[in-house]
Design a protein. Structure first.
Length: 699
């Protein structure tokens, strides 16, 4: 296995050959369980955009160690029946009368509820170990290359944002608590303190497995101490665990706080909201027995929501996911008789019962509706927050296979799931006449990310240019965005940075400045916005690539004279062909001219109507497989090794950028292929910073 991993991570492979392995039932035959076109459910997740979601190393691990990280919604369920049979599969439907599984052979198994002796979740993937055992190292690399090439655009619905510009100056990410780190943290928040108490720099951090810590500044260092430990009962795997916390609006007086978690039961799992109390020393009050406030039913271990928060009026809001299975086949998101797939709102100050229903909840007078419901039509409202200036509720709702979404939610609104996924149709047959489905403010496809993490509207004082912008991100791609809306419509959005670790949560400190929780490395970071310029870089194309239209190049596969890269070199004897060059099926590549030799040398001329913009940053846009050296007007601009899976932009050295001028210019490239698929195409752009900040060229 180590040999396969090392080979696949260092050799690009041939995606055309990998496609044969993927679809051949006598080889790996992945297609039997994994669709790639979004048209039919499978035993495994749709892989049509897996190349966007997972980097190469993660694809290798997913094949070699299928149980290491099971995709949410595709965990194995084990059902034992009263007659002694045991069935394993992916849970696809659950009703009061029966449950349905799909087993590893894609066979549907329906079991009457009365015949179920027990139902448990397994940490072992239904995808069997050892599928790679019949592959050579080269064939394994080919399969990985094919998976990496699966990159569905997702921009197939009106309103979907498919491209996001980059900010002129990005945010910074600096550790907030010195050298402290945590084991899969899920949430952080400032510990409320009375004005003038001097206890402003205290926070609570939750870990997925069930631990909570108080973090406090002690001089120049930070210390943490255990607040409580619920690891014995919390189900801290997948998208479940200890996920949310909210301090009562009068916490400094009554010490009440609330947590949301998924806990193990004799029958499996349930989602609970419980009340706890702080003691005098900022540890859990041992004299107070945690009190369960609300239990939310669980159909599968997935999509149970992750957030609770008090609204500006003092009610407690709770995010409840649809609880699966994939696609919400029971229509929980649209069913007012269940709490699932909703934003709930309750009054936790009732004296004689766990909670009361606020008098203005919108559905309490609707026959058959649960009165706790405040809004409906959600799949997995993972994180939400209230704008402290307007009171508006911003919700990040995790999508299924195609789109992620951010919405501003108001009382009584229907946000569409499972009729819609983001702006796109999901189950149009479920649409009902006379129902208004509220579209999101911002939705984006898998090319930008695969799991939205809701954030906060910035109302701090250190970054005036960010005032009123909603900052959010994506768990998988680590992109962090700032967006603005007006009357429910997106005004603009800009990428302000890439977090160092997958973003599981954002938070506001007591001053309104933002924190980012890194799930993988366990570090809570301050999001530095003080020097940011959210105005997007203006990009001007200097030399087109061949992505959208053919661009003619001169080329040769015979080693040329040493002066081949100079502007005045005579390349009249070289062949002519449109870029890009390579073999069909190379991940992310546009191939217009076949190239199969080990080396290729390329030259092209391009004319500039004006000199480059003073102060602009010139960057090379390139897709290469494999090693490439690029010259601009005879000066080496970029040298890059291995390969890319899509077009990327790279800084060029300042001396090469300085040669660009009005009139004729020349790009020259040497690319060397080592194994597997191959490609080369390139162009030049300049990025203009509106604020006139100096560009950064490579040295």
């Amino acid at each position: 296995m180590a040999e396969l991993r090392a080979w696949a991570e260092t050799h690009p492979g041939d995606p055309e050959a990998g496609a044969v392995i993927f679809h051949n039932p006598r080889r790996v035959g992945c297609h039997r369980c994994h669709p790639i076109d979004g048209t039919s459910p499978g035993v495994g997740p749709d892989l049509g955009s897996i190349g966007h979601k997972l980097e190469r190393a993660a694809l290798v691990t997913a094949i070699l160690e299928p149980s290491r990280s099971i995709t949410v919604g595709y965990g194995t369920t084990i059902v034992a029946t009263t007659d002694g049979d045991v069935h394993q599969g992916i849970l696809t439907r659950v009703t009061a009368d029966w449950i349905e599984l799909v087993d590893k052979d894609a066979k549907r198994i329906r079991i009457a509820a009365a015949d179920v002796e027990s139902r448990t979740d397994s940490a072992v993937s239904i995808m069997p170990d050892g599928l790679h055992s019949g592959l050579t190292a080269g064939e394994f690399a080919d399969l990985v290359a094919y998976l990496a090439s699966l990159q569905r655009s997702g921009g197939d619905a009106d309103g979907v944002t498919t491209t996001v510009p980059v900010a002129s100056l990005p945010a910074t990410f600096e550790p907030a608590f010195g050298t402290l780190s945590f084991e899969h943290p899920t949430w952080v928040g400032p510990l409320p303190a009375r004005e003038g108490s001097g206890l402003k720099a205290r926070f609570v951090v939750l870990e997925q497995a069930g631990r909570a810590f108080v973090v406090e500044a002690k001089g120049d260092a930070w210390e943490k101490r255990l607040l409580f430990d619920r690891t014995a009962t919390v189900r801290g795997i997948g998208a479940t665990g200890l996920l949310g916390m909210a301090f009562h609006p009068r916490f400094v007086d009554n010490r009440r706080y609330f947590v949301k978690a998924q806990v193990r039961t004799d029958d499996g799992m349930e989602t609970v909201v419980e009340e706890r109390r702080f003691g005098a020393e900022a540890v859990d009050d041992a004299s107070f027995t945690p009190r369960r406030v609300l239990t939310i039913p669980v159909v599968t271990p997935d999509h149970n929501g992750g957030c609770i928060a008090f609204g500006p009026e003092g009610a407690l809001y709770i995010g409840a996911g649809d609880s699966g299975p994939q696609g919400d086949p029971q229509g929980h998101g649209q069913d007012l008789s269940t709490l699932l797939g909703k934003i709930l709102r309750i009054d936790v100050d009732a004296s004689d019962r766990p909670y009361a229903i606020p008098a203005d909840n919108p559905f309490q007078d609707v026959a058959g509706a649960r009165p706790e419901i405040w809004a409906l039509g959600f799949r997995e409202p993972w994180r939400f927050s209230f704008d402290p200036a307007t009171g508006g509720l911003w919700v990040g709702d995790v999508g299924q296979d195609r789109h992620e979404e951010i919405a501003v939610v108001r009382a009584g609104e229907n946000h569409g799931w499972n009729v819609f996924e983001g702006h796109a149709d999901h189950a149009p047959a479920e649409r009902r006449d006379g129902v208004r489905y509220v579209p999101p403010v911002f939705s984006y496809p898998r090319s930008l990310g695969a799991s939205v993490t809701g954030g906060h509207v910035y109302r701090g004082s250190r970054a005036p240019r960010m005032e009123g912008r909603y900052v959010c991100g994506d768990f998988e791609s680590r992109r962090v965005w700032a967006l603005r809306e007006a009357e429910g419509l997106l005004v603009d959005v800009v990428e302000i940075g890439r977090a160092p670790s997958r973003v599981v949560s954002f938070a506001e400190d007591a001053d309104g400045e933002l924190l980012v929780v890194g799930f993988d490395d366990g570090i809570v970071r301050r999001l530095g916005l003080g020097a940011i310029d959210p105005a997007p870089l203006v990009e001007r194309v200097l030399a087109e690539t061949s992505r959208t239209a053919p661009v003619p190049w001169r080329f040769t596969t015979t080693a040329p004279p040493t002066e081949w890269s100079r502007v005045d070199f005579d390349d009249a004897s070289w062949a002519t062909g449109p870029g890009g060059f390579g073999t069909a099926g190379t991940p992310g590549a546009v191939i217009r001219t076949d190239w199969r030799s080990r080396d290729i040398w390329l030259r092209r001329s391009f004319d500039l109507a004006t000199d480059p913009t003073p102060g602009a940053e010139v960057r090379l846009v390139i897709h290469h497989d494999e090693d490439a050296e690029v010259f601009v007007n005879g000066v080496e601009a970029v040298r890059t090794e291995r390969w890319t899976q899509s077009y990327v932009d790279l800084p060029i050295v300042a001396s090469a950028a300085a040669t660009l001028r009005r009139g004729r210019n020349v790009i020259a490239i040497h690319c060397r292929q080592n194994s597997g698929g191959q490609c080369i195409d390139a162009g030049l752009v300049e990025r203009i910073r509106p604020t006139g900040v100096a560009p950064h060229h490579a040295e």
